[in-house]
Write a protein that binds this ligand. Structure first.
Ligand SMILES: O=C(O)CCC(=O)N[C@@H](CCC(=O)O)C(=O)O
Ligand SMILES: [Zn+2]
Length: 345
């Protein structure tokens, strides 16, 4: 495997050749500057000899059919392996769900992004590949962040694409963060990446980004980079700014960020998550209604169990509507405009 990676520099190819797990781990040097450690299928770490105080996790393919982030991450890994990009920060790359990448589906048995923070072991326990992988991914993130220097700046960008079209093509979800200010600097970094919209989540979740935020005080985000497309069909020119900013971050090059400016971004507060209560849950609006479409107070958004679910605030925008989730899971997030008092800087 070591030889195959050294020759191809294609970590995605290696991952998809053994999607369940790697039988062996291996380590090698890039020149005398960076140690590369392969911990498992889809799990690769770059450890620079001299690191500059940031520990970065870049994950993708937590949903297997969200391909643009996979292509982007594999490109960054290739640049590092080819030494066109030299890491000056520690970085862990994760391809979340390799079997689902091969399958071209969001997941095989269960939505991986509902299984973090220990949810993988609740109830029936580790009964399917996603539950087993969620536990392993938690372990790898813990291993990575736990071996960082004291006071290092921990960052986790969990990269996704959305099922439907969106009024804001690229947007980030800032996980629930009680007692901690939101980082204006991070929001301006995202803006420089072409991600001009941020949603502040209102409650704990079982997502990967919330896991890193809660347990390691990481600046962690779920990041949506456009619409789901099959592998190879993404217009990668739409990610030039993101690729450039991530390369600068990894290579410790100047980020040249402006001070926080609320006018440069769209900020939304999640006001509620509507969970599915009954099998007959259905939305009243069409499947092609875009994320961030607004509805007025009293508008019937959905029906289930003979009841109507209505808009509660003057106006609410919707994001991630999906009626085809198991009972108990989130069908949609409702949003209102956010205030800026909890943002630092
Ligand atoms: O487009 C959709 O409906 C889903 C896109 C997606 O996978 N979004 C993430 C968001 C996670 C979060 O709330 O931080 C998900 O649903 O897991
Ligand atoms: Zn996703």
């Amino acid at each position: 495997m070591l030889q195959a990676l050294k020759e191809s520099k294609d970590f995605l190819q290696l991952t998809l050749a053994q999607p369940q797990h790697f039988d062996e781990t291996f380590t090698f040097m890039l020149g005398s500057h960076t140690q590369v450690e392969v911990w498992d299928t889809g799990v690769i770490v770059f450890e620079p000899k001299v690191a500059r105080g940031k520990d970065i996790v870049l994950s993708c393919a937590v949903h297997g059919n969200e391909t643009a982030p996979i292509e982007l991450c594999n490109g960054l890994i290739k640049s590092l392996l080819e030494e066109r990009l030299i890491a000056e920060q520690r970085i862990l790359f994760l391809f979340g769900n390799p079997p689902a990448i091969i399958n071209g589906t969001r997941f095989i048995d269960e939505n991986l992004n509902r299984l973090f923070n220990g949810a993988h072991s609740v109830g029936e326990g580790l009964v399917n590949p996603e539950r087993i992988r969620a536990k392993k991914l938690e372990f790898y993130v813990d291993k990575f962040f736990s071996s960082s220097k004291d006071n290092s700046h921990k960052i986790h960008y969990d990269l996704h694409t959305a099922i439907r079209g969106s009024k804001h093509e690229k947007f980030a979800i800032y996980p629930y963060r009680p007692g901690r200010k939101y980082s204006g600097e991070q929001i301006m970094f995202l803006e420089a990446c072409g991600i001009d919209t941020v949603l502040f989540h209102h409650e704990p979740t079982t997502t990967f980004s919330y896991f890193s935020s809660l347990n390691y005080q990481a600046d962690a985000f779920t990041i949506e980079l456009g619409k789901v497309l099959p592998m190879g069909q993404n217009d990668m020119t739409r990610f030039i700014a993101l690729n450039e900013m991530l390369s600068r971050l990894i290579g410790n090059k100047p980020l040249e960020l402006p001070v926080f400016n609320a006018n440069a971004v769209n900020l939304y507060q999640v006001c509620r998550a509507i969970n599915k209560g009954f099998d007959d849950f259905e939305f009243t609006f069409a499947n092609d209604v875009e994320n961030f479409t607004s509805f007025p107070k009293g508008y019937i958004l959905a029906k289930e169990g003979g009841e109507s679910i209505k808009v509660e605030h003057e106006v609410e925008a919707i994001v991630f509507p999906n009626a085809k989730v198991p009972v108990g899971q989130r069908t949609v997030l409702c949003l209102k405009p956010a205030t800026t008092e909890n943002i630092d800087g």
